[in-house]
Design a protein around this ligand. Sequence first.
Ligand SMILES: [Zn+2]
Length: 179
Amino acid sequence: MIVEKKTIRRYEVLNAVEKPFLKFGQFRKSRESIGLSVQRCCFNCNHKFKDDDDVYLVMLKGTLNKLFCKECNDKALNDFNKEYMNNIFTIAYSREEANEIGHFIMSKGYEGVQNDSYRYCDEEILFALSANSKHNIDHIYVGVCGCQMIVAKTKRLLRRKGLKYIEKKRVFYNLLKQY
Ligand SMILES: [Zn+2]
């Protein structure tokens, strides 16, 4: 008699990115050329990679970075973004730019820094910009924390609150759109 048991392991995705890592063929050749093993299937769905498939590098908790196919990477990215979309911030270099971001945030249904009036957001932006300019810092940070807009002089406070920094404005706007 043969008893067969399967163990299920679960790995949490810690980070996923939009950009493909490499074509599978490139990845395979570079690993083979230095005698390393090659992951030949998607770590999530076991799809067998072909040489011209894009492969995506995903960071997982409890194991090494693994390759995903496009479909699984899209799912991972989507979940990952959902988790963070209410706690993100980006950079602004002027009052105009910060206000453009601020108006976009409020147009998506978030509250202002104090209440629903935009006036306080503009005041906070001006205050942060002028405080920073005294230290020769030419930018501030604007984002959302839960349901509310947030303005900050430095990244430190925002990071302490668990907010994620999104450098590219297009990506920041896209994440907010899903609210
Ligand atoms: Zn897959």
